[in-house]
Design a protein around this ligand. Structure first.
Ligand code: UD1
Ligand code: MG
Length: 515
């Protein structure tokens, strides 16, 4: 089933969009109060800037640039790892969004000149977005570009009408409704602050106009910054058409400045993701406690029970049931499998298999079709064959378990000798008794059995029964002799006198071994 989200198209898709998108990512983001740069904080399984880059890439621009400065190396490395095609541009010490765009335009012009020869410069539409606006979609950006190009505009700004516009730049309009410019909150008069239509900070510009206008932008304002917003009035004064596209979806233009806003955006992102999957045929019992990363894929008729988190590259096939209380990261779940109260990372769960409750699947776990890993089990690097069952209480690490094997309660692979890890190989249709310990490296042949409490130190041939039981000795009368007066001693005395009265009761010395 195709992913239900409307964006993004994969990186390096055909260029059909604007000449360039510039993502601004130089700011410090001090209000996060974090060692991690603001735009690297994640929501929905990706950093904020990765969301921003995906939306930008989804437009299919010829060039995609990101402007960096704060924590430059860390941010640049992160951006390049996410999308190697992004052109990293450094902003100098002149502050402001206008300066950031100017730096990007210079870098893009240099690239263009390199390709087109002397005098070449970027032409056409340049889109500007922010690295800290994670819910923006390629679809809304495409609407902005279409509006901009259809109107032959010099600049088109994406706006939203907010009840509380505090802090935002306000959209100034003439009496006839045309856009006159943008006034920053800090520079605005009381009348201007009463305006509810705000600048999202996302624009489409004509490259040539933008280049010329930026030359005229000064730092004479309340913040001493080169404001990108000044470009609109300058373009208008030069005779260009300036317009606005107002969106009613305020979440798409909302930025995160602190952790409260980040959480609100993460919750909304998740609400949208969960809703999209429900519309695509997934049953979500409790959307409020179900978290699905943008990178997860689900098939029709999957059921997600309350308190389930699906992360990373997790994918779930048809009719599988996940949850309640389950966290899966980079896991694959086969058709019709059931995974209950489980924590799993990089595990593969076969079709029709069952896992849980209270199960810990560590990386390298591969559970075959119709297999079972039951309650209080931990697995790691364990390849488990079709229909094999590890039903209760145990650890299987660095192990291979054949198809149809039945691993008894409390079995342990002792894989670590204090220095190295070793493998345990258990054949097909093996039956192991409770509390068997496999001291690796060790191999158990097909169809072999182990007795309860077996400590398997040597290889077991196919079809053999492995026993390592010490002979049992019962010290008769021990409790009454050593724990006189205790409830146990009293119970023992009572049992002894009952046995004396009715000799038909079995004596406790009967040998149970081998059953
Ligand atoms: C900006 C807009 C404002 C708009 C608001 C929307 C300007 C002057 N103001 O204000 O009209 O309502 O966004 O959120 O543009 N950045 C750089 N280099 C810089 C400064 C900023 O790359 O020198 C980046 C930041 O990392 C951020 C974005 O630009 O991603 C916006 O910067 P920010 O300082 O948050 O601008 P605001 O004051 O919020
Ligand atoms: Mg801001």
């Amino acid at each position: 089933m195709a992913k239900p989200r409307t964006e993004p198209s994969p990186p390096h898709s055909a260029h059909h969009g604007p000449a360039a998108v510039i993502v601004l990512a130089a700011g410090a983001g001090t209000r996060m109060k974090s060692r991690t740069p603001k735009i690297l904080h994640p929501l929905g399984g990706r950093s904020m800037v990765a969301h921003a880059l995906d939306a930008a890439r989804g437009l299919g621009p010829e060039r995609l640039a990101a402007v960096v400065r704060h924590e430059r190396d860390l941010v640049a490395e992160h951006i390049t790892a996410h999308d190697p095609g992004v052109i990293i541009v450094d902003q100098d010490e002149v502050p402001g969004t206008g300066r950031a765009v100017e730096a990007a335009l210079e870098a893009l012009d240099t690239l263009e000149a390199g390709q087109a020869g002397e005098g070449g410069a970027l032409e056409g539409t340049v889109v500007v977005t922010y690295g800290d606006v994670p819910l923006l979609t390629a679809a809304l950006l495409a609407e902005l570009v279409a509006e901009h190009e259809a109107g032959g505009n010099a600049a088109t700004v994406l706006t939203a009408v907010l009840e509380d516009a505090t802090g935002y730049g306000r959209i100034l309009r003439e009496a006839d409704g045309t856009v006159a410019g943008i006034r920053e909150h800090k520079d605005a008069s009381a009348d201007e602050r009463a305006i509810h239509e705000v600048n999202s900070g996302i624009y489409a510009f004509d490259a040539a106009m933008l280049r010329d206008a930026l030359k005229q932008v000064t730092t004479e304002n309340a913040q001493g910054e080169k404001y990108l917003t000044d470009v609109l009035a300058i373009a208008r004064a030069a005779g260009g058409r300036v317009a606005a596209l107002a969106t009613t979806d305020r979440w798409q233009v909302e930025g995160a400045n602190d952790r409260v806003q980040l959480q609100a955006l993460a919750a909304e992102h998740n609400r949208r993701t969960v809703e999209a999957w429900m519309r695509a045929g997934v049953t979500v019992v409790d959307p409020a406690t179900t978290w699905i990363d943008a990178t997860v894929t689900l098939a029709e008729d999957v059921t997600l029970k309350p308190n389930t988190q699906l992360h990373g590259a997790t994918s779930v096939q048809r009719e599988a049931v996940i949850g309640p209380d389950t966290t899966l990261t980079d896991c694959t779940v086969g058709e019709g499998a059931t995974v209950k109260r489980t924590d799993g990372t990089r595990a593969e769960i076969g079709a029709g298999a069952t896992v849980g409750p209270f199960t810990y699947l560590r990386p390298g776990t591969k559970l075959g079709p119709e297999g079972k890993i039951g309650a209080f089990y931990e697995t790691k690097n364990a390849v488990i064959g079709r229909g094999a069952k590890l039903s209760h209480l145990g650890y299987a690490g660095d192990a291979e378990i054949g198809e149809g094997a039945n691993i008894g309660c409390g079995n342990i692979t002792a894989n670590y000798d204090g220095v190295d890890k070793h493998r345990t190989v258990i054949g097909a249709h093996v039956r192991t008794g409770s509390n068997t310990v496999f001291v690796a490296p060790v191999t158990v042949g097909d169809g072999a059995y182990t007795a309860a409490g077996a400590i398997v130190r040597k290889d077991v041939p196919a079809g053999a029964l492995s026993l390592s039981v010490a002979p049992q000795r019962n010290a008769e009368g021990w409790t009454e002799a050593n724990r006189a007066g205790s409830p146990s001693a009293q119970a023992a005395a009572a049992a002894r006198s009952r046995a004396a009265d009715s000799p038909s009761v079995a004596t406790p010395t009967e040998n149970e071994e081998g059953k």
